[in-house]
Design a binder for this molecule. Structure first.
Ligand code: SR1
Ligand code: MG
Length: 379
């Protein structure tokens, strides 16, 4: 039967669960547990044993940041575990390993991302440069999105997978309530790839040389641009928050340039890796999108360019919607919330909203990421 755990009852649960206790060493009396969840939805425990560690995540049947007045299915843990395993197989370097899943308890046991891993959003607030971030995130997005799409899979495989994730309907509804009509229609109707579904900078843990994507409880088959947009949109929010973090002796000019470079590199590398995968698998068992044109390189190039341009436009649309709702909606971002001076914060938020509105309305006029970055710089 389902029961919510706490730091104490979790220890008995672990002792009775060999797939978890075996990760922690013999002396189960030595276990320490600490609740560390600071996300909007779930409870997260770090468990340290004599010779190992695990993270335990439990979904309760409501939204944590709101309370029991906003019920939410705890089945979200099932979809999170499924997505972690699926994306983990496709991109093991950037997804933590799942050790244990208990559907009745809505509980996942997974690799503890040990210090100095921190949440990327906190790193961006602190002004830390991550030299491999664009490389790693572009790899994660290219592999997970390409390999769960019809460019790689057969329609039989794809339809089966889409049907499985259709069950994540409540979490999708939460997002649908926040979308703009045209994008909402795409969000609901387009089963392009298995998307993470909440790929903001709070869903990424980093060190200088490691990047790990966590928390895919919103996973479903949806438009690829929803993931890329969430990520890029959050980098743009981080960019506009920098003026609020800057003060005497803490100049953020160079850091702002690093964020813009990271946005450019993320898209450029994603483009390169995604189209390389496409080329590599064009003769595989997947549907590979209009395969009959592959004997004609000039047509192949045109089809890829059109596909990637549409994807950039989706990315900008979904990214802009994400930026707007994180400023005017119920769930805010720490990037702005941590700016103590209200006047400074409001100025940062206004600039971010201005850019988001422009990106949303003008998205189809952008041909590449460089134009997008120039437009951000102009505000
Ligand atoms: C009320 S829940 C708000 C948001 O938190 C999650 O991270 C999702 O983005 C959700 O929309
Ligand atoms: Mg989350």
């Amino acid at each position: 039967e389902f029961r919510p755990l706490d730091e104490k009852s979790l220890i008995d649960y672990i002792k009775a669960t060999p797939s978890l206790s075996s990760k922690l060493g013999d002396k189960s009396d030595d276990l320490t547990t600490k609740e560390v969840g600071d996300g909007n939805l779930n409870f997260v425990y770090i468990v340290i044993g004599a010779s190992g560690s695990v993270v335990i995540k439990q979904a309760l049947p409501y939204i944590r940041c709101i309370g029991e007045s906003w019920p939410m299915t705890k089945e979200r843990a099932y979809f999170e575990a499924l997505a972690l395993k699926e994306h983990g197989q496709l991109c093991p370097d950037h997804v933590p390993e799942v050790y244990h899943f208990d559907r009745t308890m809505s509980l996942i046991g997974m690799r503890y991302l040990e210090p100095p891993h921190i949440i990327l959003r906190k790193g961006l607030i602190a002004g830390i440069e991550y030299p491999l971030l664009a490389e790693h995130m572009s790899e994660y997005m290219a592999k997970t999105l390409f390999c769960t799409s019809l460019l790689y899979r057969t329609t039989t495989e794809h339809k089966r997978a889409v049907a499985e994730f259709c069950g994540n309907v409540e979490l999708c509804r939460l997002t649908e309530q926040l979308e703009i009509a045209e994008l909402k229609s795409k969000f609901c109707e387009r089963t392009q790839a298995l998307v993470h579904g909440d790929l903001h900078t709070g869903s990424v843990m980093v060190t200088l040389d490691s990047t790990q994507v966590i928390d895919p409880e919103f996973a479903f088959y949806g438009p690829m641009g929803f993931d890329i947009g969430a990520y890029v949109g959050n980098l743009i929010l981080a960019f506009f928050a920098q003026d609020g973090h800057a003060d005497e002796g803490n100049d953020r000019t160079a850091y702002k340039e690093w964020i813009l470079r990271t946005i450019e590199e993320t898209w450029t590398l994603f483009y390169k890796k995604f189209t390389a995968l496409w080329h590599q698998h064009k003769d595989g068992s997947g549907e590979a999108y209009l395969p009959e044109i592959y004997n004609k390189p000039e047509l192949q190039k045109l089809v890829q360019e059109k596909y990637m341009e549409d994807l950039l436009h989706d990315t900008l649309g979904f990214g802009a919607a994400k930026m707007i709702r994180r400023i005017v909606g119920v769930a805010h971002v720490e990037d702005f919330e941590s700016i103590k001076d209200d006047v400074k914060r409001a100025a940062c938020e206004r600039r971010a909203l201005e850019v988001a509105k422009m990106l949303l309305k003008e998205r189809r006029n952008f041909r590449d990421i460089f134009g997008v970055v120039s437009a951000i710089r102009r505000v």
